[in-house]
Design a protein around this ligand. Structure first.
Ligand SMILES: [Mn+2]
Length: 237
């Protein structure tokens, strides 16, 4: 049995399948997904449906799920003239914002679903966890999409942080949050972590592990790590 954590999938369904194959991921193992499954890449809904089919998978919520969920709830019904007339200005603002953040591919696939499938997707995303805490081989980990916010205090229980902090805030990877606990995050491309000796590959240091290797960019890849062995996995070189 192994515990795997993988970074931001962003619609890269094929890379997800490749990565899990490389891990030899099986029903004996456990998978944690750090959020931002949707948007940008070509198959966000296919990726969600695949994760939904795995009994041993826990998904954490990313900022893209929050943006998508607000809009998908509005758009789950048939899009008629009456419906469009009834759209509130606030909903339109959310939609524009989501589209500007790569929501198009999610919306395109979502529109092709049946009513029942749409509901399943909305329910599935709605059940994503805010964070996860694990202990593997005596090492404690906190898993979160982005970071622990601007007002981090090592005494604050994780469930007391505002959701926005956990899904938007980019940590300073040169500063550890905890002395004895490793925080595993996505959201910030490891290409952009200045103290990362291997930009574009997993960053480990200062009690951080950063896994977003920018799967949806041509020069990026989907990354995962096995917590028992520390072994790193990549969908491509
Ligand atoms: Mn993100």
């Amino acid at each position: 049995m192994a515990t795997y954590v993988i970074g931001d999938i962003h619609g890269e369904y094929e890379q997800l399948k490749t990565l899990l194959n490389k891990m030899n991921f099986s029903t004996e193992d456990e998978l944690f997904v750090l959020g931002d499954v949707v948007d940008r890449g070509p198959h966000p809904i296919k990726a969600l449906q695949y994760l939904m089919s795995l009994p041993n998978c826990t998904c954490l919520i990313g900022n893209h799920e929050v943006m998508a969920l607000i809009c998908l709830k509005v758009l789950q019904n048939e899009i008629t003239e009456d419906f469009l007339d009834s759209l509130k200005e606030e909903d339109m603002m959310y939609l524009v914002d989501w589209m500007c953040n790569g929501g198009r591919s999610t919306l395109d696939e979502f529109q092709k679903l049946t009513r029942e499938e749409r509901k399943d997707i909305i329910d599935f995303i709605g059940d994503f966890e805010t964070y996860a805490e694990l202990t593997v081989n005596g090492q404690d980990y906190v898993l979160v999409h982005a970071g622990l916010g601007n007002n981090f205090c090592c005494l604050t229980p994780i469930d007391e942080y505002p959701l926005d902090d956990l899904i938007w805030y980019r940590p300073d990877y040169e500063v550890p949050y905890f002395e004895d606990k490793i925080v595993i995050s996505g959201h910030t491309p490891t290409q952009n972590i200045s103290c990362n000796p291997r930009p574009g590959y997993i960053f480990k240091g200062n009690n951080h592990i950063a896994l977003d290797c920018c799967a949806c960019s041509i020069k990026g890849r989907l990354a995962g790590i096995c917590l028992e062995t520390g072994e790193e996995f990549y969908s491509r070189e």
